[in-house]
Design a protein around this ligand. Structure first.
Ligand code: COA
Length: 216
């Protein structure tokens, strides 16, 4: 069994814990040691019955002595980037909910999370530490780079590229062949009909360009 920690104790960590539990029902692969969170006041609290056992400094020391597997269950791709660089001794696993329908013809990096009810078609390529939330569909030949976050119920058409640290809001649609550039946020329900520029917020139907605020 692999000793695993889930990094992040917010709402999304509940989904990730349940993926681990569901996978263990099929093939007992993981021993969930606990949850890691940099908010020290949360240490000793519980998420779905699993204890918050320490912060990232704690798990960094731990991973230097012991083989440790992990996954970052934090929605903000920028935060995932910082943590993954800091915890370079952790072995990052891909977690795929058993109800996801995933083509055999995919290439996938590490630290990725694919939630319940996601559908992925052939020739999908996925970088590292990206998330695809519940009920999202991806057409054929989609490319998703690192630290990408796709929120629930999104529709990514064939031949779309989502570049680094893009955040696709709930229920967004991207039509075929487009490129969403680095650090773009798509507001919930956006319908993207043209290639984007990097570092902007796009929202609405059809999606228009807006300046991004620091906190989204
Ligand atoms: C778009 C978003 C990032 C906020 O953008 P913002 O420019 O900071 O928006 P504000 O809250 O300041 O609102 C500004 C205007 O945009 C509108 N607006 C907000 N979100 C919008 C959206 N997704 N699509 C269209 N218009 C939106 C507001 O109603 C407001 O309109 P008004 O000026 O006519 O009153 C945010 O609303 C959003 O959609 N986030 C994605 C959330 C999500 O997917 N969460 C998943 C959790 S699992």
């Amino acid at each position: 069994m692999k000793d695993i920690v889930v990094i992040g104790s917010g709402g999304f960590s509940k989904q990730v814990i349940e993926i681990i539990e569901q996978l263990n029902l099929i093939n007992e692969e993981y021993k969930l040691l606990g949850i890691i969170d940099d908010n020290k006041s949360l240490v000793g609290t519980y998420v779905l019955g699993y204890e918050v056992i320490g912060d990232t400094d704690y798990i960094k020391q731990f991973s230097e002595q012991k083989n440790i597997y992990g996954v970052i269950a934090i929605a903000d791709g920028g935060v995932r980037k910082e943590i993954s660089k800091k915890l370079n001794g952790v072995q990052w696993v891909n977690l795929i909910h058993p109800s996801a329908v995933v083509s055999d013809y995919i290439k996938i990096g590490e630290g990725n999370i694919i939630c319940a009810g996601v559908v992925i078609n052939p020739d999908f390529q996925m970088g590292n530490h990206s998330h695809i939330n519940i009920g999202t569909t991806l057409g054929h030949d989609v490319t998703m780079l690192e630290y990408v976050t796709v929120m629930p119920g999104s529709r990514i058409s064939g031949n779309v590229t989502l570049k680094s640290n893009t955040m696709v809001g709930t229920g967004s649609t991207v039509i075929q062949g487009l490129t969403i550039e680095d650090n773009v946020v798509l507001g919930a329900g956006a319908v993207v009909t043209k290639n984007t520029e990097p570092n902007y917020l796009y929202k609405g139907v059809p999606a228009k360009r807006y300046s991004k605020k620091k906190s989204i």
